[in-house]
Design a protein around this ligand. Structure first.
Ligand SMILES: O=C(O)C1=C[C@@H](OP(=O)(O)O)[C@@H](O)[C@H](O)C1
Ligand SMILES: C=C(OP(=O)(O)O)C(=O)O
Length: 475
């Protein structure tokens, strides 16, 4: 079966076991423990790398357009480079010039070539789910694999609506990776109410709708990041967003447009900016400015929350950059106080809860964070990973089913080793903890940081942080 045609008699694809593919259980050949020691003050004016959500989409939409797009400021992290490889595998030409600008020669919607090998998305949930949406309505077959973290994450949330549009799927039990799809020959447009607050699910359905005739409608009861809608409009798709009587967002996309190439400039990632923002608040005497950060209203929940907690955060030089608001963020060390974070805010700061939990460890009193069910299905079960990391470092917390309470102000915190579970945000958050803790904090694998923020340690060392490679120290 493995070497035969990948379709069985019912037209479904069987997983082809690739000899060269082996599930990645740790990041790289051996994990790289890192230790952060009491640091600071942190000072300087910095830039964080380009936004991950916009970077994935820039490569995808550039690949689907007819003609030549350019992308400046693309995030060159492992997740985004996996998306570039996937787009190359279906025929797009993607090259970087000497100035760091990416050039994409799009293959055009409807013209994707069948990939020759398996598509390895490593750690990237956004990459694999949005790409499944694109491929799902093209008449091609593809097999998706990922590392141990991605292989444990639910794919049914995108595969279910794709099945309704005509995509055939064979996946591991529970709709986990590896998964093979055969895109619909005659895709059906769909009206779909997104059952959980997920920009990835919304986007996968819209991207599948791109190559379906007629109108695909996505109803979004709880608003999530809107980069897909905004960028598709920028690439020339006919897309509208209205509110229905229940106040839900209704997104309508007309299928089979000719997407026009664009010249894009990716602003700094607010999720990555969360790390220097929290570090500057909790390391005494710090004063840090982060320039050119995306301030899209669906992404700024952490900043709103930290200001409510008493953080001295100023937004300077607000401006429009290619249809998105950006600004510079000045942060000075502050005494924070515990608050209740409104559950409705969760989608606008969903990736920032681990680092918010670290900020909460330095606040006066309790910080209560409800509405966190989606944290259970990220790169790790982030609710559990954060709680175990805090406990390992002497910080009192209570992990609920879908909520977390952190009690700030404990004495003598640190001295723990945090298990990162292939989760870049757990690694970075606990290194930030170590910068302000009384004793060093170690994360068992710092190499995972390359998923989203490859310049993290260099940037922090430049501001005055003391981060050490614990494996080389031990040697
Ligand atoms: O659409 C996107 O670019 C993303 C959506 C979010 O995931 P969910 O849609 O699963 O909430 C977020 O956690 C992820 O880092 C990026
Ligand atoms: C959840 C994240 O990413 P993804 O779902 O793309 O793996 C993240 O970057 O925190």
């Amino acid at each position: 079966m493995t070497n035969a045609d990948p379709h069985d008699s019912k037209g479904l694809i069987f997983l082809r076991a690739s000899k060269s593919w082996k599930i990645r259980m740790s990041h790289g050949s051996s994990p790289t423990p890192l230790t952060a020691c009491t640091s600071g003050p942190l000072t300087g004016t910095i830039r964080v790398p380009g936004d991950k959500s916009i970077s994935h989409r820039a490569l995808m939409f550039g690949a689907l357009a007819v003609g030549h797009s350019t992308v400046k400021g693309l995030l060159e992290s492992e997740d985004v480079l996996a998306t570039a490889a996937a787009m190359r595998a279906v025929g797009a030409k993607i090259e970087k010039d000497a100035d760091g600008t990416y050039h994409i020669d799009g293959i055009g919607l409807g013209s994707l070539l069948e990939p020759e090998g398996v598509i390895d998305f490593g750690n990237a949930g956004t990459g694999v789910r949005l790409t499944m949406g694109i491929f799902g309505t093209h008449d091609i077959a593809a097999t998706f694999v990922g590392d141990a973290s991605l292989s444990n994450r639910p794919m049914g949330r995108v595969l279910d609506p794709l099945r309704q549009m005509g995509t055939s799927v064979v996946a591991r039990s529970g709709d986990r990776l590896p998964a093979s799809i055969r895109g619909a020959k005659q895709p059906l447009p769909l009206t779909y109410r997104v059952p959980m607050p997920s920009a990835q699910v919304k986007s996968a359905v819209l991207l599948a709708g791109l190559n379906a005739p007629g109108i695909t409608t996505v109803i979004e009861p709880i608003p999530t990041r809107d980069h897909t809608e905004k960028m598709l409009a920028g690439f020339g798709a006919e897309i509208s967003v209205t509110l229905n009587e229940a106040g839900e967002r209704v997104i309508k996309l007309k299928g089979q447009p000719e997407l026009k190439p664009q010249d894009l400039d990716v602003p700094g990632d607010p999720s990555s900016a969360g790390f220097p923002i929290v570090a500057a608040l909790i390391v005494p005497g710090s004063d840090v400015t982060i320039e050119n950060v995306l301030l899209n209203e669906h992404r700024t929940g952490l900043i709103t929350t930290l200001i409510e907690m008493g953080g001295n955060i100023e937004i300077l030089n607000r401006r429009d950059a290619s249809g998105e608001e950006v600004g510079d963020i000045r942060v000075r060390a502050s005494q924070l106080k515990g608050i209740t974070v409104p559950a409705v805010r969760a989608p606008s700061m969903i990736d920032e809860y681990p680092v918010l939990a670290v900020a909460a460890a330095f606040a006066e009193g309790d910080t209560f964070m409800p509405g966190l069910d989606e944290l259970r299905v990220k790169e790790s079960d982030r609710l559990a990973a954060v709680a175990r990391g805090l406990e390992a470092n002497g910080i009192p917390c209570i992990e609920g089913e879908d909520c977390l309470t952190v009690t700030g102000g404990a004495n003598n915190i640190g001295n723990g080793t945090v298990v990162t579970h292939l989760d870049h945000r757990i690694a970075m958050s606990f290194l930030v903890l170590g910068m302000a803790a009384h004793k060093p904090v170690t994360v068992d694998d710092g190499a995972v940081i390359a998923t989203s923020f490859p310049t993290f340690t260099g940037l922090f060392s430049g501001m005055g942080a003391d981060i050490r490679n614990s494996s080389s120290e031990a040697a």
